[in-house]
Ligand binder design. Structure first.
Ligand code: ADP
Ligand code: ZN
Ligand code: ZN
Length: 726
């Protein structure tokens, strides 16, 4: 009799597993790491087999119910990563394995093959007596890579006609990935800065020791070219590379850039794959055949046999942090896997996360590679800051400043294209004085206070609260009010000021349908509108040469997000949005509107000066002991009944304080309970606690203790733990 040890996908103790009997009938269908269904507390849940062993003598053993997936592509190396996730992000082993294995794949019945034609004109002529065969063959020549079914449909002939051509040898079946364009591969001559970067990484790769690099280079400085060269080196060593890009950058152009260099060695892993496609790609990765894995966040768990290099492009992007349990950051996983596999990690960005740049200081764990110049010395766009406080005195009450209005008029008259950007993320209601631009902030946390419907201004870090003032505490102006405009308002204003101009709006409301995102962009590119209005959706990656003007309607929404990273997000976002202007021959122009024109993050963005921004922001972070000078864990409580939610949060607060005391961690602070940034979502109240400490291990330690004690104590309240929240 076979017994299996199963990690179940339920919130149990962190490393806990359970034993089940493998029924005789299933014995041939399971192997280590198979995904199975098992009975668990009157339910049936999924889990992963992590070993086979004799059962504990006394326990009442239940049977495995079903094998969901025999081959999950988990392996011993990935199990180590899973155990690390458990420890690092305080999730159960089942959650960690589920996250790594991803959704189930389905093995295709037979390996999929496609057709290529092997004929010349003479043979074709010879077929004139068999017109159906001739026509099918001609179509196959024109369209290499069709399946048998596709060809028979396209030609309108039966499968037997196709089979006849195969029998004659005029058609040949090859594996799906055997069809490549053998176009000459174009490796440009590297610039001196690129050569130096590539050389350093190559040397590290040759030592076969783990290494980590921060590739800091302005947009268009040739970072991607550095990635491609280092990957080439890794392939020469018969090892594999994983390349992560933000989901939004996983465009056909990006894929094409990698395919043109590495052909069918490239495997794609993303959420849009069918079960069959996912299985096939993972199989190619596992065998080492596909040695360049390109994908979004979860591709970090690709089952490579001998991982040599991990690249994370735009490493500061928040999409690398998973929002569901386990709330991992792909960058941290990359470092863990690299250490385990003795691989190199390259983190690339024009605006590195503060944490990353800080780790790249001399003596830090990352080595810094810098690309200071754009390829061919192309210019960066010029950026103008508009002080919105002056618009009132200029008699302008529009949300478009006079400067922006004039610039729009000029560009539109020239038939050029414009982008108007408004960040809606973090559109919590803040209170701002329209005279002096001051925002109401928490005196303790330096975080913007959030206006709640009960009229109180609350800090969602420390629970400090105060009445919303009737006049500005700084300048006594009575024009102080909550601030919140949406893209719809911008569209209306655009139509009012420029009634004959065609406008497109792209935000969460206009892109609910699948494919609508692409359609809108397509319409804009092909001239159906001259102005595109959008949220952060349009901040990244867009490469439209005719766009010469980018207007940022309000930098303040990001700047005053109730988040200690608000300044950093502002700098990153402004830099990114600015990068959309002037990508063609006509130089670009960027106009940033704000009530806080002297803010250092806006000024640094204007001058494209990351270092200046970094230095200034580090001073603030240090003064308030925020990351990277400390570590945080956010514990979020949510439920239908607010009293239950608050009680759970209070219980946790007490237990955390006791655990802290018992462990003697004097450097640990417990903030809250306080209402979460968004205090209510879908009828569920949300409260949070923040654990703050100088040692990540210490705060994880006490959080894990309390998690263990809590067990299933709060049935009506969901507790979710976020280590290093962003
Ligand atoms: P980044 O990733 O830093 O934004 P890219 O690698 O995309 O920069 O390079 C920007 C542009 O310059 C691309 O069109 C790329 O093909 C081109 N490029 C990069 N390196 C070179 C080079 N050494 N010589 C010529 N063109 C280059
Ligand atoms: Zn004021
Ligand atoms: Zn506070």
């Amino acid at each position: 009799m076979l017994y299996a040890e199963v990690a179940v996908n339920v919130p149990v103790r962190l490393n806990q597993t359970f034993h089940y009997r493998v029924p005789e009938a299933l014995a041939q269908q399971v192997q280590k790491y198979s995904r199975v269904e098992v009975p668990f507390a009157n339910r049936v849940v999924q889990g992963f087999i992590v070993g086979f062993s004799a059962p504990p003598a006394t326990a009442k053993i239940k049977d495995i119910k079903r094998v969901v997936e025999k081959e999950t592509f988990l392996n011993d190396e990935l199990l180590t990563t899973a155990r690390w996730l458990v420890e690092r992000y305080l999730c159960s082993l089942g959650d960690a394995l589920q996250c790594i294995a991803g959704p189930p794949g389905v093995k295709r019945k037979s390996p999929e093959t496609v057709l290529i034609a092997q004929v010349d004109q003479v043979t074709l002529k010879g077929l004139s007596k068999a017109p159906k065969q001739k026509e099918a063959l001609e179509l196959a020549m024109l369209n290499p890579g069709l399946t048998k079914n596709q060809l028979s449909q396209l030609a309108g002939v039966s499968l037997s006609v196709v089979n006849a051509l195969l029998a004659k040898g005029y058609l040949k079946e090859v594996p799906v990935h055997g069809v490549t364009n053998d176009a000459p591969v174009d490796w440009p001559k590297l610039t001196l800065e690129q050569v130096s970067a590539v050389q350093q990484v190559k040397e590290a790769l040759n030592t076969k020791q783990p290494s980590a690099w921060l590739l800091y280079g302005v947009t268009g400085s040739g970072k991607t070219e550095v990635y491609l060269r280092t990957i080439k080196e890794v392939l020469r060593q018969q090892r594999q590379a994983i390349v992560l890009v933000p989901e939004i950058s996983l465009t056909p152009q990006m894929v094409e850039r990698f395919r043109s260099r590495f052909g069918d060695k490239v495997a794609l892993l993303h959420s849009g794959l069918s079960q069959g496609e996912r299985y096939a790609e993972k199989e190619r990765i596992k065998s080492g055949e596909a040695a360049v894995v390109l994908g979004a966040r979860s591709a970090i768990f690709a089952p490579t046999p001998d991982l040599g290099l991990i690249i994370i492009d735009e490493e500061h992007e928040t999409s690398y942090k998973q929002e569901e349990t386990p709330k991992y950051h792909a960058r941290e996983v990359a470092l863990q896997r690299a250490a385990q596999c003795k691989a190199a990690v390259i983190l690339g960005s024009a605006t590195p996360a503060l944490e990353s740049f800080c780790r790249a200081r001399p003596g830090g764990p990352y080595k810094l590679l810098t690309l200071t110049k754009r390829i061919e010395d192309r210019a960066l766009p010029s950026i103008q800051i508009v002080d919105l406080r002056q618009e009132l005195s200029l008699g302008n009450r529009s949300i478009f400043s006079l400067t922006l209005q004039r610039a729009l008029a000029r560009r539109l008259a020239n038939q050029e294209k414009c982008i108007l950007f408004l960040n809606r993320r973090g559109l919590a209601s803040i209170v701002v004085c329209r005279q002096c631009g001051q925002v109401m902030k928490c005196p303790r946390c330096d975080i913007s206070l959030t206006l709640h419907s009960d009229g109180w201004l609350k800090c969602h870090y420390c629970s400090h609260q105060t009445r919303s003032p009737a006049s500005c505490p700084h300048c006594s102006s009575r024009i102080i009010r909550s601030f919140g405009i949406g893209t719809q308002r911008v569209e209306e204003e655009m139509k009012r000021l420029f009634p004959s101009c065609q406008v497109l709006r792209m935000d969460a409301d206009t892109t609910t349908r699948k494919g609508s995102h692409e359609e809108l962009l397509d319409a804009f590119i092909h001239g159906e509108a001259q102005v595109l209005i959008g949220t952060q959706m349009i901040a990244k990656g867009l490469d439209i040469p005719q766009v010469t003007l980018v207007g940022v309607i309000s930098a303040d929404i990001t700047l005053h997000m109730p988040d200690f990273r608000a300044a950093e997000r502002t700098f990153q976002l402004l830099t990114q949005v600015a990068g959309r202007a002037g990508r063609g021959k006509t130089p670009g122009e960027v106009i940033i509107q704000t009530y806080d024109p002297a803010h250092f993050s806006i000024k640094a963005a204007q001058k494209h000066d990351y270092l200046k921004f970094y230095q200034q922001e580090m001073i603030t972070r240090q003064a308030l002991q925020y990351p990277p000078f400390s570590h945080l864990i956010r514990v979020l409580f949510s439920g239908i009944n607010e009293a239950d939610v608050m009680a759970a949060a209070q219980w946790w607060q007490d237990q955390l304080a006791a655990a802290k005391q018992a462990a003697g961690f004097s450097q640990v602070e417990i903030l809250g309970p306080a209402p979460a940034g968004i205090p209510k979502i879908k009828d569920r109240y949300r409260w949070q606690l923040i654990i703050k400490g100088t040692m990540s291990k210490e705060i994880r330690n006490i959080a894990a203790k309390v998690l263990e004690q809590a067990g299933l104590r709060f049935k009506q309240v969901a507790v979710s733990i976020d280590v290093d929240p962003i």
